[in-house]
Design a binder for this molecule. Sequence first.
Ligand code: AMP
Ligand code: ZN
Length: 461
Amino acid sequence: MIKIYNTLTRKKEEFKPVKKGEVGLYSCGPTVYNYVHIGNLRAYIFVDLLKRYLVYRGFKVNHVMNITDVDDKTIRDSQKEKKSLKEFTEFYTKEFLKDLEKLNILPADLMPRATESVDGMVKLIKVLLAKGFAYKTEKGDIYFKISKFKDYGKLALIDPDKLKQNAAGRLEDEYDKEDARDFALWKNYNETDGDVFWETDLGKGRPGWHIECSVMSKQALGQPFDIHTGGVDLVFPHHTNEIAQSECAYGKKFVNYWLHNEHLLVNGQKMSKSKGNFYTLKDLKKYKPEAIRFELLRTHYRTKLDFREDELEQIPNTLQKFYDFMIKLKEADGNCKKIDSVDSLIDKAKEDFETAMDDDLNISSGLAAIFEFMTEINKIMDKLSKEDAKNVKDTMNSFDSVLSIMKQEDEIPAEIMKVVKEREIARKELDWAKSDRLRSELNKLGYHVEDSKKGSRVKRL
Ligand code: AMP
Ligand code: ZN
């Protein structure tokens, strides 16, 4: 039984999908006006872990992630660069996808662009207008009227009356709104928007941010759907407003489980573009992406994580333990007899891993179960039969289908393997000078070669 922490109820709840065996999963994607930072990537690593674990548990996951390719920032920065909004946002969308790939984050099944779903947003806003949940101002902007929705703020545990007091100070700037708390569904065209606008039944303008997720999630997954994710900063106002729009328009629950990841920090402060305290993958290119993945993955998603470069330096040693273990398994002899205890070690490791991960993705206990398994198997590694080794390897591979951190041996590039083979031949021919020369050549290329009875073993340095 999988339990996940639902922000809506502030409890760990048993996960029960709308449709047996299937999961509809929606994640708020990035606003593509710049390279994403590793704080954003923590949010996507969390979704990746969740998704991979649900698949491991036998669910068919349908994952949707939007791309916010129109808002104040994308318009402002595309104008600065004298590019069309499309050209500008496509560039950063592609960079985002490349970053996901570097970190072994599986792409979503569907990645709708906000600019391609404006028709649906117009339709939803029309429903809200017709039902009296929205109003148009003299200037032509359309707002959601939050006083009409009695459950407003339930996700964020916000009392709408308190919100009113806080918002009052802003009233002067937004004199057009009936109530300072109301939020924009549609923004009337303004000259600063340049050539970014849609001519619609609502007038000439562009959609607000919150409306896109209400529309794109329902279009792909229906309503209600199972799981909606995002960082904790999105609980209010973004997700709060998504609920307001979707539940008022269709009179039914929007999402069953809301899952939010905590922030990646730098010196105790949220990593964010506006604070300037962020790292992109490009800034961290001296570290292997696998190390960054592991660093972002190994802390529970609901715990704040203070990012430190020196911690990143330690991670290759840990990953090497997985790589070495997998290589040793590959080389198991096959001459020995089957050992009974291997089966029970496998069963225990699986059970411990699953118990941990079923408990709201308790990754540290999950990893501990794997390390304990490796320690026990390492004690009998030399005696392992081919069949036992294969079973252990299959088990590790199934864990790795969730973690995606253990494989390196297959990644040794062909040109490196060519030098390794050449060196093996030199050794067979007892040409030690050549063998030594090729070893230092490999070192220079960043690889270390070890000789054993079974041949050469290559590792990244
Ligand atoms: P944005 O492009 O700002 O909408 O952010 C994309 C995703 O990254 C959202 O789910 C945010 O909540 C999340 N996010 C932003 N900053 C951080 C951070 N420092 N740590 C974790 N998640 C973050
Ligand atoms: Zn969203």
